[in-house]
Design a protein around this ligand. Structure first.
Ligand SMILES: [Zn+2]
Length: 308
């Protein structure tokens, strides 16, 4: 069992997000390659290939959205609640390069889709909502909810942009995974900017429509930038600085204690309690004294794993 906060892998980069302007500034473009991040989550959270695909897609969307200046560089939390066997899928990302996520039922497997792919849509379900929470520091957090279109994630994110941001956005997200192994994880997001003319929009849509599988396409390129340069060959992309993301969890011993005390209400604990963070799997163990507030934080001998 993992001990407290020893290692959440904070320094290991697992994904790189590139962003820029496409076709003379008529479109904003984001692209991500996240093979290592998704492989890391698969190991850390014992994800089935199906769960890794659903979570990988959602984490990639969260990373790109966290860097979307239209969303004012906010922490973005995405929650898929589609009623499928995977249960809730949650991902959040911060513009400084932290990302985390979890799947409620990480071991679920399903037969492949008609196209022979991991059937993310059936795993997530489409009887429910995509919730988007944006936390811009110093301001009220904002949230919106849209009904799920397909549970495939990419279409649902595009649907969110159309309904809530009134922005035409094409989204492609793909994860190719086998048991214990992630072969490829990547995606992109292209947004129409004001002033873009119809024929140009159609030309971009055409390129996107003709892309084969997103994960296969990204796998065939060494990074997301070169994949986008192939996809939009001849249209011109002006790149900004890339942002590296790694798995990082904001949980802490004190936060875990507060939540546990809250969840117990008036009940007086008689024995030690353990809570486990959904995101990173860290376990926090508390004595009854700590939970009744009889002992100052950090003063009880809990286990050898604490190293503050
Ligand atoms: Zn955690």
């Amino acid at each position: 069992m993992k001990k407290e906060k020893e290692q959440t892998g904070e320094s290991r980069p697992g994904a790189v997000v590139s962003r820029g302007l496409l076709a003379g500034g008529n479109f904003r473009i984001f692209a991500v390659k996240a093979d290592d991040l998704v492989a890391d989550s698969m190991r850390r959270q014992k994800l089935s290939p199906l769960a890794a695909a659903a979570l990988g897609r959602l984490m990639m969307a969260a990373m790109m959205m966290a860097l979307d200046i239209k969303l004012k560089k906010a922490r973005v939390t995405l929650k898929l609640d589609g009623g499928g066997p995977l249960g809730l899928v949650v991902a959040d990302a911060e513009p400084e390069g932290q990302v985390r996520g979890y799947v409620a039922n990480p071991g679920v497997e399903l037969p492949p889709s008609a196209a022979g792919k991991l059937d993310v849509a059936s795993g997530v379900g489409k009887d429910g909502t995509l919730s988007v929470f944006r936390d811009v520091k110093m301001k009220e957090p904002m949230s919106s909810q849209v009904p799920l279109l397909s549970g495939e994630v990419a279409e649902d994110i595009a649907h969110y942009y159309r309904l809530s941001e009134q922005t035409g956005t094409a989204v492609g997200l793909g994860v190719s995974a086998a048991p214990g192994k992630v072969l490829s994880a990547g995606g992109y997001m292209v947004q129409v900017l004001p002033g873009a003319e119809e024929p140009l929009i159609r030309a971009v849509e055409e390129r996107i429509r003709n892309t084969p599988s997103v994960s296969g396409f990204l796998e065939a390129h060494r990074d997301a930038r070169s994949a986008m340069e192939t996809l939009f060959d001849g249209m011109g992309i002006e790149w900004f600085e890339d942002v590296g993301f790694s798995f990082s969890c904001r949980c802490s011993r004190e936060l875990a204690r507060v939540l546990l005390v809250e969840s117990m209400g008036k009940e007086k604990p008689e024995e030690a309690h353990e809570v486990r963070c959904h995101f990173c799997g860290t376990s926090y163990l508390f004595t009854a004294e700590e939970l009744t507030g009889g002992t100052r934080e950090g003063s009880a001998p809990i286990d050898e794993g604490r190293g503050e």
